[in-house]
Design a protein around this ligand. Structure first.
Ligand code: KIV
Length: 258
């Protein structure tokens, strides 16, 4: 018998049960199906799509149409996992936009949405949750702000940042988010937030003390040999293996052996 469908409530309850949450990104049908077959409970159609699939330098180029297209492809895998879609850059600047665009992602097949920020987007979060759409927060380094920030920097080391992060996490709890991604957060601050709030924290480059971990799947699989990241060492050299197979096939075609 197929295990029960994962819902946002189930993800939230995993923390209370002391179960660590393994989350990964997918942008299409085959990867969603693979991750689901392995039993990953939380699959994110991330706006990292912009860099790892669409070839943009950062996530600020990703549009609602891009997110809908890739969410539809991922949703065709009908995963048992909770399928979460990122709200792209500038798609939640007003409360009205946030609700319209979160509904568009749900119509494309998302079962929950994620957006970046804390207190500054809390009215949007409340409105999305009031519309019946489960919401996942995202605090710490906010990739949609990379241009203003001038790069990807670890957050929470300064006392002012630390206090703001605690207040942001509390605000997301009060607004009924079901989980919070913590990206590039100083590990002691990620630990403090994880202990402080009842929601699961899902870390990326935020140390081992979060309630779960998330990675951009192509980074984990070594599919992007042109970039290196401090927070993830690929567990597979997929790009190298693919090159070798393609090389061998091409040589076979050239020699007439294939
Ligand atoms: O877009 C994305 O893939 C994300 C993860 C880095 C959490 O937001």
């Amino acid at each position: 018998m197929r295990p029960a469908k994962v819902t946002a409530d189930i993800i939230r309850a995993m923390k209370a049960r002391g179960e660590k949450i393994a989350a990964l990104t997918a942008y299409d049908f085959p990867m969603t199906r693979l991750l689901d077959e392995v039993g990953i409970p939380f699959i994110l159609v991330g706006d990292s799509l912009g860099m790892v699939v669409l070839g943009f330098p950062d996530t600020t180029h990703v549009t609602m149409a891009d997110m809908e297209h890739h969410t539809r492809a991922a949703a065709r895998a009908k995963p048992r996992a909770l399928l979460v879609a990122d709200m792209p850059y500038r798609s939640y600047e007003t409360v009205a936009d946030a609700v319209v665009n979160a509904r568009r992602l749900v119509a494309a097949g998302a079962e929950a949405v994620k957006a970046e920020g804390g207190q500054e987007i809390i009215e949007q979060v409340r409105a999305i949750v009031a519309a019946g759409i489960p919401f996942c927060g995202h605090l710490g380094m906010l990739p949609q702000h990379v241009l203003e920030e001038g790069g990807y920097h670890v957050k929470g080391k300064k006392e002012t940042e630390h206090l703001t992060l605690l207040a942001d996490a509390d605000a997301l709890v009060a607004a009924s988010a079901f989980a919070i991604v913590l990206e590039l957060l100083a590990p002691p601050v990620a630990k403090e937030i994880s202990r402080r709030i009842p929601l699961p924290t899902i870390g990326i480059g935020a140390g081992p003390d979060c309630d779960g971990q998330i990675l951009v799947t192509p980074d984990l699989l070594g599919m992007l040999p042109w970039f290196s990241l401090k927070h993830v060492k690929p567990k597979l050299n997929a790009a190298e293996q693919m090159r070798a197979v393609i090389h061998e096939w091409r040589a076979g075609v050239s020699s007439g052996a294939v």
